[in-house]
Design a protein around this ligand. Sequence first.
Ligand code: TNX
Length: 505
Amino acid sequence: MPMTVDSREPLPLVPAPTVARHLGAPGFTLNGRVAVTGDEAAVETVRGFLAARTGLLLGTAAEGVGIELRIEPGGAPESYTLISDAGGVAVAGADAAGLFYGIHTLIQLVRRDRDKWLIPAVRIEDAPRFAYRGVMLDVARHFFPVETVCAYIDRAAALKFNHLHLHLSDDQGWRIDLPSRPELTRRAASSSVGGDPGGFYSAEDYARIIAHAAARHMTVVPEIDMPGHTHAAGIAYPDLVETPVLTDQMRADAAAFASPLPAEGVPYTGIVVGFSSLRIGDPATDDFVADVVTDLAAMTPGPYLHIGGDEALGTDAADYAAFLAQATRAVAAAGKTPIAWHEAGAAPSLHPGTIGQYWGFVSPTGDMDAKTRAFAERGGRVILSPADAVYLDMKDAEDCPLGLTWANGPTSLHRSYAWEPGSVIPGLPEEAILGVEAPLWTETIATAADIDRMAFPRIAAAAEAAWSAPHARDWDLFRVRLGGLTALWDAYGIGFHRSDDVDWR
Ligand code: TNX
């Protein structure tokens, strides 16, 4: 009879699978004679990852023992089973994505046992809890080249994330070239926070990112943030924006961070938020929104387009509501499902079915939970990004060299882990939760190494909130499982932070 994992060290699997049993039998030995067979794309994926992890380049001629990869339709979307013993390894996905996730589980299982590479004898059955498992990268505050974005896709996909949300515009820069509005990148892309170099993605660059993501079963979700966070759009099209609005809070933030305050017509290099707004009610603005949304929709194969809607602090409430109603309709007219930050829940005539992204705390304050429920009440669903748990740009400790602290002070790995998606918004049914997303804002993050330092290991905690069934989640076991990934993350070249709460082996 199979024996459960209870009696021995937990398998080094993150996110935790639905069911994982140690079979209590000898494992499968990986050596140069092992062949990988089955689904062609999967075979190449496995050979590549095993070469990176072990240095062994396995063959593909089926003879004797081996690793068999196949798609067996019938199970839940993205689900897979993995069975291994001394006689071989079989991974079966219900679809191509399921097989891909089974492969990542397989790679996590590989370990060095004295002089041998081994896959323990296990039986795993696994499927995601949520359909939407996202990471967000803010490429507006700092710009990141295609290679860095692709490396982040690789890292996230290995943790079974399936959406990459790209925050493509903000006060500091516009990062995507759109055929109908060439001035945006011509005039408003060269700046970023701190006077660092800017940049933008050409249509070709963007297509490369999408293709890289698609090959890893990730959907790109582009965001153009409106009506606030639009100072850069105003550098390109001055007639479309209002004069910056400054509050006492913004002045205090600027002083605290030694950040410049915005000035009309001057590229913004500081980190103050909320001062900019499109000119609402002007037909020229409506044309701009329609152009931007139509171009971006045409370049994006995925079903979603995020139109922002956060922190429009200088925008009149009625104007804000009218703008969001119109912008979400424009997204729908372009054939996409709109997503907006939770503030947009206050707009009564949002396009029905608009998805809300919650960025309040694990315990909601003010009316954030009501605004979030409003999306579900109008036929939409909700993506949970509680800032004091999964904002990867928060410091992880007081002495963290990068990051911000506004979300309840530093966010430890434990706090990233110890929250339950079903309990964040009271009264929101589980079916209304589309998923979980971990954003990485980049006011303080400028390089690929910075991304690794801030995202890892906390991104793994977010992955588990998004993928794993509640019964499979346990902080003490998570720490041990995570420690078991040390060698794999090193092999992948991830510059993860060796935080104190994990025994990195
Ligand atoms: C809040 S979360 C923002 C961003 C900042 C971030 C920094 C949200 C929708 N807006 O503009 O970059 O905090 O943590």
